[in-house]
Design a protein around this ligand. Structure first.
Ligand code: GDP
Ligand code: K
Ligand code: MG
Length: 297
C-alpha cells in the first residue's frame, strides 16, 4: 500500500478539553495548534497536513462541540465543529478515558450519522491515577458505534499515535496529494502568531480569565534576521485589561516572553514581539465584529 498515492481529510472531533489539538501537534511533530486546560481554547477549524511518503493525511482540528449556544462565538464554534464532519474521509472521535460528560454524548449523537470510517481515540491513557470514568461507557460506546475502531492513545506523550496514524492511512482514498509535501497548514503565519499570543493568555490567566479575548496581528515583517511582530489584544472591559497587564506589567511581559519563544521555534527566526491591549466592548456577541476579526466559516 505504501506505493499507492493516498490523500484525504481526517476530522478530529470531540468535546472541549479531550486533547484534540494536542493530538494534532504530536502527529505533526510540531506545535501548530494551541492547547490549554481551558475549554474554548480552539476557536477555528484548522488544517494540519502530514505527508509521509505516498500518504498525505489532512487533519482538521476543530473547536469542541459544547452546550452553551447563547453567544455568537459559541454558535460559530459549534458550527465549525459540525461542518468538519461533512465531506471528510475519516473521522477521529477523541474521548478522555478519565471523564465522560453530556458534551461527549452530544458529539456521539452527531458522530452516529457519519457514513465513512470512524476511529475512537481513547486519550489520556497515561493518566492511570485517575479513576477511569469512561470504562463503563466504553462498552456502550462501541455498541452505539459498532463499526468504529478503538485505539487507546496518549496525545501528550505520543503513545500509540503510530497505530492511530496507520489506521487513518488505511482508510484514506487513493488520490494525488492536494498540498505540497512541505506545507503543514492552511493557516497564515499571522494567524499562527495571533494564536500563540492567545494561548499564553489562556494559560497565564486563571479563574478570572476573560474568555472574550481576541488577538490581531498588526505588523508581521522580516527585517534582516529579525521578525517584527506587533499584536493587538482586544478585551471587552477595562477590568480585563488591568488583569491582563498585571502588577507593574509583569503578566503581559510574561505572556510576551512565552509567546516569543514559541514563535522563534515555529518561524525559525529571531522575533521582536510587541503587545498592546485595547478595550473593545462586546465583540464576542456581535456577529459583525466576529466577521471582521476573521471568524468566517
Ligand atoms: P482540546 O480542547 O480537545 O483541543 O484539548 P487540548 O489539546 O487543548 O488539551 C486539553 C488539556 O489536556 C491540556 O492541558 C493538555 O495538555 C491535556 N492533554 C491532552 N492530551 C493528553 C494526554 O494524552 N495525557 C494527559 N495527561 N493530558 C493530556
Ligand atoms: K482546551
Ligand atoms: Mg483544541
Amino acid at each position: 500500500m505504501t506505493d499507492i498515492s493516498r490523500c484525504g481529510y481526517v476530522a478530529i472531533v470531540g468535546r472541549p478539553n479531550v486533547g484534540k489539538s494536542t493530538l494534532l501537534n504530536h502527529i505533526l511533530g510540531q506545535k501548530l495548534a494551541i492547547t490549554s486546560r481551558k475549554p474554548q481554547t480552539t476557536r477555528h477549524n484548522m488544517l494540519g497536513i502530514k505527508t509521509e511518503g505516498a500518504v498525505q493525511a489532512i487533519y482538521v482540528d476543530t473547536p469542541g462541540l459544547h452546550k452553551n449556544n447563547e453567544k455568537a462565538l459559541n454558535r460559530f464554534m459549534n458550527k465549525s465543529a459540525a461542518s468538519a464532519l461533512k465531506d471528510v474521509d475519516v473521522v477521529v472521535f477523541v474521548v478522555d478515558r478519565t471523564r465522560w460528560t453530556d458534551e461527549d454524548q452530544l458529539v456521539l449523537d452527531r458522530v452516529q450519522y457519519v457514513q465513512g470510517p470512524l476511529i475512537i481515540a481513547v486519550n489520556k491513557a497515561d493518566r492511570m491515577e485517575d479513576k477511569a470514568e469512561l470504562l463503563p461507557h466504553l462498552q456502550w460506546l462501541t455498541e452505539q458505534l459498532p463499526n468504529a475502531e478503538v485505539v487507546p492513545v496518549s496525545a501528550l506523550h505520543g503513545h500509540n499515535l503510530d497505530t492511530l496514524e496507520r489506521l487513518v492511512a488505511e482508510h484514506l482514498p487513493e488520490n494525488e496529494h492536494f498540498f505540497p509535501e512541505d506545507q503543514i497548514t492552511d493557516r497564515s503565519s499571522r494567524f499562527l502568531a495571533a494564536e500563540l499570543v492567545r494561548e499564553k493568555i489562556m494559560r497565564q490567566l486563571g479563574a478570572e480569565l476573560p474568555y472574550q479575548i481576541t488577538v490581531e496581528i498588526e505588523e508581521f515583517k522580516q527585517e534582516g534576521r529579525i521578525l517584527h511582530i506587533h499584536a493587538l489584544i482586544l478585551v471587552e472591559r477595562d477590568g480585563q485589561k488591568k488583569i491582563l497587564i498585571g502588577e507593574k506589567g509583569e503578566r503581559i511581559k510574561q505572556i510576551g516572553q512565552d509567546a516569543r519563544k514559541d514563535m522563534e521555534v515555529l518561524f525559525d527566526s529571531k522575533v521582536m514581539l510587541n503587545l498592546w491591549v485595547k478595550v473593545k466592548g462586546g465583540w464576542s456577541d456581535d456577529e459583525r465584529a466576529l466577521h471582521s476579526l476573521g471568524y468566517r466559516e
